[in-house]
Design a protein around this ligand. Structure first.
Ligand SMILES: *Cc1c(COP(=O)(O)O)cnc(C)c1O
Length: 361
């Protein structure tokens, strides 16, 4: 009898009591939207990520939309982004009215290739939007230099990269603004939806604060049409409780990544590279040109896997109006990727079993 290995565990564990206490505190106070918990979380998350300003919003997608809108990006603008990410990255660009321009990936890192981005910059380019995919920082020094040279904004999608760093500098500190998601599966997850914009620019922070409350600039004065997008007090209180565990959870993710790395060295799968020790292992996607067979083999051993992502973004019907993009690297890896179980409460025994089953394949 072997124990099944689940792909993720979302039920709170060691943090369960702290979460219940946080929820009770909000219930007792009776203040549910834009109150003391959100304000405290914004300060605490800002300090954890070395961000000057943090604005809690309703989701990671909204964080991207509001950050781009706060920078004045909209119809007529182009935003260059990666061909491989959760679709929400490019959907956020579309929802500002701007057009996503997809760039292919660095073969090894699987994030935006700065040389390809350089060739896609036009007079319409308003921003470059890299994603720190799977917890691995994109090539930020090169992308920041490129954005600087062309005078375009750099906005970071940090939804998979809480506490990650690139060359010892925290992600989110390279661009003018960054977006985080607290969707339950992320490295810092709420018990529902949530997100945040971080920025070093006080004017951008003020704009996001206005946009998250329906474009309200003063009482009874609204200058923009914008949906309500607020992190609520219950989720903020939960995130505050969990934030104290996040450094330890991040270390545990790195340990598990290392365990997979050692156990799967010279096996039949291609391992994700660790190009920077600031990698936070949101996911551990290995690659195989017989991906579906490998998943079937793991499933037969009661080991769950998922695919991130099966379809490159330029191939999504949602982006049919975007610039047609040849992204051969993205197309190839989408047929090869399989994400192995990796989360802080996963034990060594389970990881060793996954390793053994893959080695026996
Ligand atoms: C999860 C995710 C998003 C969207 O965040 P939501 O909170 O689900 O809206 C955006 N970009 C990336 C890379 C993500 O992983």
């Amino acid at each position: 009898m072997t124990t099944p290995v689940r792909w993720i565990e979302l039920r709170p564990g060691e943090d369960a009591d702290a979460i219940r206490a946080a929820i009770d505190r909000v219930i007792e106070r009776g203040w549910f939207v834009l109150g003391p918990e959100v304000e405290a979380f914004e300060a605490e998350f800002g300090s954890a990520t070395s961000s000057r300003h943090t604005i809690g919003v309703a989701s990671g997608t909204d964080a991207l939309i509001l950050a781009l809108r706060a920078l004045g990006i909209g119809p007529g603008d182009e935003v260059i982004t990666t061909a491989l990410s959760a679709v929400y990255t490019a959907q956020a660009i579309m929802m500002t009215g701007a057009r996503p321009v997809f760039a292919d990936l660095d073969q090894e890192r699987l994030t935006l290739d700065p040389d390809i981005v350089a060739n896609l910059v036009t007079p319409q380019t308003a921003a470059i939007l890299p994603v720190h995919l799977y917890g691995q920082p994109a090539d930020m020094p090169a992308l920041a230099a490129l954005a600087d040279r062309h005078g375009v904004a750099l906005v970071e999608d940090c939804a998979q990269a809480h506490l990650a760093s690139s060359n010892d500098a925290p992600v989110g500190s390279f661009g003018i603004a960054a977006a985080y998601s607290f969707y339950p599966t992320k490295n810092l997850g709420a018990l529902g939806d949530g997100g945040a914009v971080t920025t070093r620019d006080p004017a951008v922070a003020d704009r996001v604060r206005q946009l998250r409350v329906g474009g309200q600039v003063a009482r009874d004065q609204h200058t923009d049409a914008a949906p309500h997008s607020r992190l609520d007090e219950v989720q903020a209180a939960i995130l505050r409780a969990r934030l104290s565990w996040l450094p330890g959870w991040t270390e545990r993710r790195r340990e598990l990544g290392q365990r997979y790395r050692e156990g799967l060295a010279d096996s039949a799968v291609v391992l994700p590279p660790e190009l920077d020790p600031g990698h936070v292992y949101h996911l551990f996607p290995v690659r195989s040109d017989r991906r579906d067979e490998l998943r079937q083999h793991l499933r037969a051993a009661d080991i769950e896997t998922l695919v991130h992502y099966a379809v490159p973004m330029p191939a999504q019907p949602a982006f049919a109006t975007a610039a047609p993009a040849a992204c051969p690297v993205a197309e190839q890896v989408c047929g090869e990727l399989v994400s192995l179980p990796l989360y802080p409460s996963l034990d060594d025994t389970a990881v060793d079993r996954v390793i053994d089953v893959i080695r026996a394949w």
